[in-house]
Design a protein around this ligand. Sequence first.
Ligand code: OOG
Ligand code: NI
Length: 443
Amino acid sequence: MITTWELRAAFARRLSAMYGAEVPAYTTLVEVTARINEEVIRGGRDAGRLGGIERVTAERHGAVRVGTARELRQAAQVFAALGMHPVGFYDLREAAASVPVVSTAFRPISGGELERNPFRVFTSMLTTADRRFFDRDLEARLEAFLGRRELFPRELLELAGRAERDEGLEKSSAERFLALAVAAFELSPEPVDHGWYGELERVSSVAADIGGVASTHVNHLTPRVLDIDELYRRMGEHGITMIDAIQGPPRWDGPDVLLRQTSFRALAEPRRFRAADGRVVEGALRVRFGEVEARGIALTRAGRALYDELIGEPAEVWAGRFPRTERQLALDGLAYFRYEARGDRPRDGRRPPGDLAGLLDGGWVAARPIVYEDFLPISAAGIFQSNLTGQGTRDTSASGTYYDRHTLSEVLERPVHDPFELYAAQRDGSLRQALGAIGLPKD
Ligand code: OOG
Ligand code: NI
């Protein structure tokens, strides 16, 4: 039996191999990332604090885009087989990039599963009924086009259903499932209908990327790096031009929090087009790109509110307003930590104090940061934006369709988890256990 997490790890590896074969700059990015990660760890910094080297080296996130609710449910079924569940709601229509999608991220949700392999996929669904982007006529033609295509073959969905139910698959079925799952996210060699693609591209290049072709594809795969400033510098030496900036807070000497990301622009890749007269002509599309990220500590709602206020400010402003130590982040309730009773405290006959500061300073409990496992609307918007060709067109007088985490749960027919609740549950569980171990009441 190949268990759920083994399927997930194998899927991430195979997807990475496929993407590397198709997008050589990605391979360069992964190699430079691996070298930097080794250097950082050899440099003696406590790199394991935000995830062991094995986890970080294997760690990736992907991004995929689908067209309809049905396709999103099917994607969810494939990811469920891999132990990846929908977490968080992102409305990229409202963000700066204003692209016609709403999104969630499929990822493992328990601490143990994340430690085994934290593979996650940011997944976006086209909002075809949103009148700001699509009028009634275009919506109807889009729905007809999307209704005819099949992103995930029936055999794949059946195997995925079985893998979810049985928490794994026997070897030969696992092999078949993985081959079909990776193939579903490969770039298709089918010619692209030139007129249809162009019509959607005038609305939004993301709409064309999703609804202008008969299949879906991974549009980037992102390794995790322990020093993103160094990576940014070094990619230039390898002849790969990155976007203008690293998205997220500036480099500073305080704790790493949430997410910092940067990317290189989509490369022109040869694609075949079908012209109006039926002839197939060679052309090119820029749809797949490369991205890299540094992950830090997950912030509480209060921490996130402060972060949102400070984003865009220089390091000096951060230094004045944002706690510079993990201890202070914990005491101010701004970030999530996992607490453990310390076994190395000498027995001096004292009783443990009732407050967190006393417990930490007195050596009773240790706090280890909980890594941020999710995404940020502003960097997601930035990633979309940096790869859009043209502004697209909007009817700002028309009304949008309403989505939030709950309506997306209904679309998916699966609960979309609230990321803050998942982090809080990890913290609370660990704290109860730690308090129990040192003989304090667990509240
Ligand atoms: C997804 C963009 C979001 C990130 O890292 O924030 C994302 C997309 O381009 O489809 O991957
Ligand atoms: Ni990304």
